[in-house]
Design a protein around this ligand. Sequence first.
Ligand SMILES: Nc1ncnc2c1ncn2[C@@H]1O[C@H](COP(=O)(O)OP(=O)(O)OP(=O)(O)O)[C@@H](O)[C@H]1O
Ligand SMILES: [Mg+2]
Length: 335
Amino acid sequence: MSESLLEIRDLKMHFPMKQGVFQRTKNEVKAVNGVSFTVNKGETLGIVGESGCGKSTLARTIVGLLKPTSGDILFEGESILQYNAKEFHRLRRNIQMVYQDPFTSLNPRMRAGDIISAPLKAYNQTDNLKNRVLELMDLVGLKAEDYHKLPHQFSGGQRQRIGIARALALNPKLIILDEPVSALDVSVQAQVINLLEDLQEELGLTYLFIAHDLSVIRHISDKVGVMYLGKMMELSESESLYKNARHPYTNALLSAIPIPSSAREKKRERIVLTGELPSPSEPPSGCVFHTRCPFATEFCKGNVPAFDVDEDNSPGHYVSCFYPMDNKREEFARQ
Ligand SMILES: Nc1ncnc2c1ncn2[C@@H]1O[C@H](COP(=O)(O)OP(=O)(O)OP(=O)(O)O)[C@@H](O)[C@H]1O
Ligand SMILES: [Mg+2]
């Protein structure tokens, strides 16, 4: 049996919108609106969804930068939301984060060696500090002479390697990667993803890997969750999701990925999203996807679908839809 490392239970993070001279709360941005999932030790859960669907908010809530409106977060089976400051400090060394933009996430005036040693200093792990930093730099493919360089002296990919080394410094159990390769060139993206895969194997790491398109996380993810307007639409083993996506939204995201063979490209059925992405402060009634779903009915407008699994036909494959699709996708099966 695989062991759960992180468990999220019906998590909500609503931001109050204050308006007028009295700053009254008029409405709320429902950035994360009832999300549940589990990440087991040693595995990678990929989370995808369009800009603004709540991915970073989810990440920031897990690392304690935001206090959730409701729900629970369990790490190694213990609820972390009740932790006092000391307990939380102890927990935080085990949950590290890598950010999207390697240009702004590193202090431009700090040298690479100092950036990587900062978490070690914060946790008083200063014995053999320089050696540990050099070891971390080697682990992520940086050279010893890079120690004294400033962030602007590195390429984007190398800067992201500094961010990864910093995240690894305290031997964390979980790393949350919030779009770690979105700002990089495609060829560099592949190098960084390969590095992350090697590190995972070598160090037994668990990843929560956030991306805005399904192609980036395909090979690294054991499971994939698809978010839309603060909710999880579909969640399953990676293979099952790419070959047999059941939610129309997931199918639309897969339709947007170009496939190499033109014959197969011509054959496939595409689902193209129409309409604007609604605001998370006024999510649509019923199924939040109904305003953009080609298959939505009157029923979908007035009723909220459960996040359900059909254990007989697709075990472990959760979907939040009244009319899940059943199209075995040839194009992704062969890639
Ligand atoms: N501190 C905040 N106060 C108010 N609203 C916020 C705050 N942080 C995020 N939001 C809103 O919550 C929603 C979700 O934002 P979030 O950054 O989590 O999305 P995302 O999925 O990470 O998007 P992207 O792909 O662009 O990074 C957005 O509508 C955003 O404007
Ligand atoms: Mg984000």
